[in-house]
Each structure stands twice: as structure tokens, then as C-alpha cells.
Design a protein around this ligand. Structure first.
Ligand SMILES: [Zn+2]
Ligand SMILES: [Zn+2]
Ligand SMILES: [Zn+2]
Length: 324
């Protein structure tokens, strides 16, 4: 669903956290409870962005180490030899001969029940006195490699093994609507209402939360309007203010769909340098007041004859003929 509907849903159940779930078959994070189970790759990103803006509370839930090939999260951690990857390893006690400094596994100092240093070959009466314990070392029984630590390989049941560096490190977060933003959300819902009414009055069929396919995968947009008679389509996003990110996102959707982009904002959102940038990028900015009326709109790149004042849509030609 679109960003605004998502917020609306979270606000309706704001005492509860929206819990994440890792989908092992796709290697993605889903949010069961969000319409369509959070279909569309962009949901975790959208939630994260809303948390960054302070609209949602965010809490760390879990970290999943997933297979880089198939996405499965059920990886077995397997300590193995850093040289040959064999799991046939063993930990051995290591001692140092105090006299000559020879450091070897304890077993190498033993021969026929006697203790002899493998380096200086002197006899040692007691290992406890003649040698110092140096901890343990990992020995590979297949290749003979000795090392301070084993490598941890991660085994996927289907794809084989990978190193921790190669694996996908997926962090899961839960989210909750921040109650302090309730008024802010009400304002934006009012803007969407006003936008919908304005477009419908101009003869458009308006749908909310429409998924569109773009270069960056599937995206949900707040409002999609179409006028089949004139073959005009509009993709509209509701924002509290026009900013560079909003412009870039919507421009990409417009380019991918061929629809005309509209950003709808409260009256205060239409100020600022970014509005000029939006207009330069061919995006219509519509300001909608508290009563839901369109009170300001960018000049539209439409035939000049059809532009008849602030109430004219981004779709000049169709509006002019419809409204008469
Ligand atoms: Zn795999
Ligand atoms: Zn080995
Ligand atoms: Zn020695």
C-alpha cells in the first residue's frame, strides 16, 4: 500500500508494534498484517525512511544471516580448518619449553612415557615445572594445519557453504506509529482527500495505493488517476513538504509509467526552493488547504488555452472541456 495508507493503518493500531518476519524462501523481510503481506520490495525501506523522519518508532528485533545465493536464513554454522575447510579438527593443549622457548602441542613433548623437548632434545622431569601452558591451538587432522582459530563457514542446505563475509546480513526491525504525529497525519489524509475530490471533479477515475513497476522495483503510490477518454494518467504523491527525495521518487515513477506527476501538499508545504526544482522537473505541485480545496498549483505544461486558473488540473486539455 501507499505510504499514507500504511501510516493510517499503523496509526489505527498504534499501541501495537508491526512485527517483521524473515521470509526464507525469498530472503526478504515481510510485515504480515500489512495488506498484501508487505508485498513489494520497498516496504522495509519505506518503514525505515518513516522512522528516520520521526513518524514511526523503531525497535531492533532480530538479525538473520542468510545465504547469498538462495536467501535462506537457516544456515548451519560450521567451524572448519582455515587451510582445507575440513571439519575434522581438534583443539590441543600447547606448552612452551621454558629453557629453549619451543612452543608445541603438549603431546609432542611425550615419548614412551618420558618427556623430551622436540627442539632442544633435553629431558624434562615434569611438564608442569619445565613447561608453561600456552592455551590451546586448533589442529586439522586432515591437512595438519595448526591455527589459533577456526574459520566459521556457513552451510546452506541447498547451495553449499559460504563465509560470514559473503552471507547476507539482514536486520529486522519492528515499527509503531508515533502518537505525537497524529495531527500531522490527519493533515496529510485531508490533503489526499482534497486531491481525490479535485481530480474526480475534473473527470478522473481515482484509485489509491496503486502498485507501479519501475526501475527500482515495485512501488506503491498514494493516488493514481486516469481519464480514459483523453488517455491521461496521473501519479500523485502526498507529502508534508516538497523535498528532493520526494521529487526524485515521483519523477522515477512518472518516467516508468509515462503518467503525469503531481505532488500534493498542505499549503505550508508549497513554500521553499524545492518547489521550483519540482516544477523544473515537470512535476505539478498542488497545495490543498484545510477544507480540502486546491488553493495553489504550479503552472502546467499544457496548452496555454486550457489553463484557466488555479483550479485547472495537471491535465489541462481534458479538464477544460469537461468542466464546461
Ligand atoms: Zn542457499
Ligand atoms: Zn585442514
Ligand atoms: Zn627445549
Amino acid at each position: 500500500m501507499g505510504r499514507l495508507s500504511l501510516l493510517n493503518q499503523l496509526a489505527a493500531g498504534s499501541t501495537e508494534w508491526l512485527e517483521p518476519a524473515f521470509d526464507s524462501t525469498t530472503g526478504t523481510v515481510r510485515y504480515p498484517g500489512v495488506e498484501g503481506d508487505g508485498a513489494g520490495e520497498s516496504l522495509p525501506t519505506a518503514l525505515e525512511a518513516l522512522a528516520t523522519r520521526g513518524v514511526l518508532d523503531e525497535e531492533f528485533d532480530e538479525r538473520v544471516v542468510a545465504c547469498p545465493d538462495c536467501g535462506s536464513g537457516g544456515l548451519d554454522v560450521r567451524p572448519s580448518c582455515p587451510n582445507c575447510e575440513s571439519r575434522n579438527t581438534t583443539a590441543v593443549a600447547v606448552v612452551e619449553h621454558v629453557v629453549c622457548g619451543c612452543v608445541r602441542p603438549r603431546a609432542e613433548f611425550e615419548a614412551d612415557g618420558e618427556f623430551v623437548c622436540p627442539k632442544c632434545e633435553s629431558e624434562i622431569d615434569s611438564l608442569d615445572e619445565g613447561c608453561e601452558r600456552m592455551g590451546t591451538m586448533q589442529c586439522c587432522r586432515d591437512c595438519g594445519e595448526r591455527s589459533d582459530a577456526l574459520t566459521h563457514r556457513l552451510d546452506c542446505a541447498t547451495c553449499g557453504s559460504c563465509t560470514p563475509e559473503e552471507a547476507n546480513d539482514v536486520r529486522l526491525y519492528r515499527y509503531r506509529f508515533d502518537d505525537d504525529r497524529r495531527d500531522w497525519l490527519e493533515t496529510l489524509l485531508g490533503v489526499r482527500e482534497g486531491l481525490t475530490d479535485a481530480l474526480e471533479a475534473r473527470g478522473y477515475d481515482v484509485r489509491r495505493d496503486v502498485a507501479v513497476d519501475g526501475d527500482a522495483g515495485q512501488r506503491y503510490i498514494d493516488c493514481y488517476a486516469s481519464d480514459t477518454t483523453f488517455g491521461v494518467e496521473i501519479v500523485a504523491a502526498v507529502h508534508d513538504a516538497v523535498d528532493v527525495q520526494a521529487i526524485e521518487e515521483l519523477r522515477a515513477v512518472a518516467d516508468a509509467t509515462g503518467a503525469r506527476p503531481v505532488i500534493a501538499t498542505p499549503v505550508t508545504g508549497r513554500n521553499g526552493a524545492a518547489v521550483a526544482l519540482a516544477e523544473a522537473k515537470g512535476i505539478t505541485v498542488m497545495a490543498i488547504d484545510e477544507s480540502g480545496a486546491v488553493v495553489g498549483q504550479s503552472p502546467v505544461a499544457a496548452p496555454a488555452s486550457s489553463v484557466s486558473g488555479p483550479a485547472t488540473a495537471a491535465t489541462g486539455a481534458s479538464t477544460a472541456s469537461r468542466s464546461r
